[in-house]
Design a protein around this ligand. Structure first.
Ligand SMILES: NC(=O)c1ccc[n+]([C@@H]2O[C@H](COP(=O)([O-])OP(=O)(O)OC[C@H]3O[C@@H](n4cnc5c(N)ncnc54)[C@H](OP(=O)(O)O)[C@@H]3O)[C@@H](O)[C@H]2O)c1
Length: 315
């Protein structure tokens, strides 16, 4: 009995030390004020996006929650307003799974909001399915919708410079491989959903990199981020079996959304990181990515292909 109790106490102690030293991650310590600044957070109604939106609102920013569901976004707007003591938090409809909706959002935003300093490309999905334009959901929402959104807002970001774009990627990029002949593979099960998700997260990193190259000298910078393994709703549509497997791991080893959002917030507000434009951040630090995620030729080609798919050019 005593041995069992000592063993359990030891296991709990090891877990607590491991959690706080390895899993919890670093906090963003910047006290940058965002008074007079405007930010868009895609998917700002829940998970990492909501925590990020709350932090930006607390710093005084006007925050637009760009979300697909009014029913899910309005309670979040209410909650963030209350907790940040700010009435500068509003909802605008954006469905990234529909390129027409992205265009409508950009038009409405540009007409109604004179400024844009921070674009947080956070919304994401790990689900199977198709977008309104016939792309697989991960590719369409995580990469292509944000690609179009960013391009449509780029002139406003340049006018308001210094400004920043933060692209929420994932360490899952390691598994991804961009095959331009099979970019739009359909997803049939949880394995193909993970595969498509990984490709989209690799594209996030290549996009932030190419964006930085194209924006050199404009005072608009871009960063990609891995937030860590965070307990959110990201795999909400996965099979019950998969969720069952994931549950104990998530319970023991995941970060809270508040801890997970720290690197996103860091890239949005930390002073002096402009020289790292285009780079990938983990735990509030620049992290070197594997060669396939820093292939500039691939990043350029991805840009050209995405431009065509998003209907931004005719070639
Ligand atoms: N959680 C993790 O462990 C983890 C790890 C690495 C990277 N990430 C990345 O972190 C980002 C945020 O994810 P999360 O973990 O906070 O997940 P989450 O809680 O599921 O939040 C995802 C957000 O994206 C929105 N969204 C999904 N499809 C959309 C669409 N078609 N149009 C507009 N918005 C859409 C969701 O809206 P609804 O609420 O209406 O569905 C929700 O607001 C994602 O890019 C994800 O890939 C997460």
């Amino acid at each position: 009995m005593v041995t069992w109790m000592v063993g359990s106490a030891l296991a709990v102690a090891v877990y607590i030390v491991t959690y706080y030293s390895l899993l919890k991650g670093t906090s963003c310590r910047s006290d940058t004020s965002l008074k007079g600044k405007t930010a868009i957070v895609t998917g700002g109604n829940t998970g990492l996006g909501k925590v990020t939106a709350l932090d930006l609102a607390r710093r005084g920013a006007r925050v637009i929650l760009a979300c697909r569901s009014k029913e899910r976004a309005e309670p979040a707007v209410f909650d963030i307003r209350k907790r940040s003591n700010s009435n500068q938090v509003i909802f605008m409809h954006l469905n990234l799974a529909c390129l027409k909706s992205v265009r409508t959002f950009a038009e409405t935003f540009l007409k109604s909001e004179p400024r844009l300093h921070l674009l947080i490309n956070n919304a994401g999905t790990g689900s199977n399915g198709q977008t309104a334009d016939g792309f697989n959901l991960a590719w369409g929402v995580n990469h292509l919708g944000h690609f179009l959104l960013t391009n449509l807002l780029l002139d406003r970001l340049k006018q308001c410079a210094p400004s920043r774009i933060v692209v929420v990627s994932s360490v899952a990029y390691c598994l991804g491989k961009v095959d331009f002949n099979h970019l739009n593979a359909p997803g049939e099960n949880s394995i193909s959903a993970i595969w498509n998700y990984s490709i989209s997260k690799l594209c996030n990193i290549l996009f932030a990199r190419e964006l930085a190259n194209r924006l050199e000298g404009t005072n608009v910078t871009s960063y990609s981020v891995h937030p860590g393994f965070v307990n959110t709703e990201i795999f909400r549509d996965f099979s019950v079996f998969f969720k069952f497997l994931l549950f104990p791991i998530a319970l023991l080893f995941s970060k809270t959304p508040s801890d997970g959002a720290q690197t996103i917030i860091y890239c949005a507000v930390q002073e002096g990181i402009e020289k790292f434009s285009g780079r990938y951040f983990v735990d509030c630090k620049v992290r070197k990515v594997f060669p396939h995620a820093r292939d500039d030729g691939m990043a350029r080609k991805l840009w050209d292909v995405s431009e065509r798919m998003a209907g931004l050019c005719n070639h």
